[in-house]
Design a protein around this ligand. Structure first.
Ligand code: CU
Length: 282
């Protein structure tokens, strides 16, 4: 690289770091960091991540400063002789106790958030999520509604015969519709191999394992569409089973679920009628 390229490279790297550690509003839009998400938990996970990042950054600065200072200041070419001491009990005590204290200090807020993430009690509704090769199945247990949710992206887009849309491979035929301001409990399982249900903005990433039930919950604070993916390599179409969550106001959700139910009943009635006709004709 030429000198001017180096200057550009360093300039860009520095500005990237400054953006990373910059103001909260910048953090929300820049692509280097994890998302703040749309739930209380996702915000707390983000804050925790930033706190620990700052602590690690501070330790890094401190350790590398001491190291580079020592290397430069006491280099051989300046006539310095290596020290020959070893086994300093107090020094060893300090470098054992200090990291221990730091670790414990980090553990306290981290454990608090973890415990809250696991608390699925007092939920307003429950949804059973089942992973299939290669789609998701959602069952609204309290509402008697269930459906499959599969990739909607066309083959033409996948094979470059058509231009790719902004939600390429992140769009489904049936979105998981959820109400805002409601505690929704999820039960995760799978029907064939291990999948993982991952929606970054909800701060949920849970394995869906055949024969096991994993739990999680969310409480979305604002309406919107939140996209995720299967996060456990599950075979050929692992990259083709996205998750799309549409959060709507509770009233809109009630309306949607009633419509869904009506549609399901109509289909069921039609099926029963067809069976009747078939039975009578025999
Ligand atoms: Cu999968």
């Amino acid at each position: 690289m030429k000198r001017s390229d180096w200057v550009k490279f360093i300039g860009r790297s520095l500005s990237a770091v400054m953006i990373m550690f910059g103001s909260q509003s910048v953090l929300a839009v820049q692509p280097f960091n994890m998302t703040k998400g749309v739930t209380d938990i996702s915000q707390r996970v983000f804050d925790l991540h930033m706190l620990i990042l700052y602590i690690c950054f501070g330790i890094g600065i401190l350790v590398f400063s001491v190291m580079f200072y020592s290397i430069l200041k006491h280099r051989k070419s300046k006539g310095h002789k290596p020290a020959t001491f070893h086994e300093s009990a107090s020094l060893e005590f300090i470098w054992t106790v200090v990291p221990f204290v730091i670790l414990i200090a980090i553990t306290i807020p981290a454990t608090k958030v973890l415990i809250e993430m696991e608390d699925t009690t007092k939920a307003d509704m429950t949804i059973k999520v089942t992973g299939y090769q290669w789609m998701w199945h959602y069952e609204y247990i309290d509402h008697d509604v269930n459906f499959y949710s599969a990739l909607k992206t066309s083959r033409d887009e996948i094979y470059n015969r058509e231009e790719k849309n902004p939600n390429y491979l992140l769009e489904v035929d049936n979105e998981l519709v959820l109400p805002t301001d409601r505690k929704v409990r999820f039960l995760f399982t799978a029907n064939d191999v291990i999948h993982a249900w991952w929606v970054p903005e909800l701060a949920i990433k849970k394995d869906a394992i055949p024969g096991f039930i994993n739990e999680s919950w969310t409480n979305i604070t604002k309406p919107g569409v939140f996209r995720g993916q299967c996060a456990e390599l599950c075979g050929r179409d692992h990259g083709f089973m996205p998750v799309v969550v549409r959060a709507v106001e509770p009233e809109e959700f009630d309306q949607w679920i009633a419509e869904r139910k009506g549609k399901a009943n109509k289909n069921f009635a039609a099926l029963e009628n067809a069976q009747h006709t078939l039975a009578n004709s025999n």
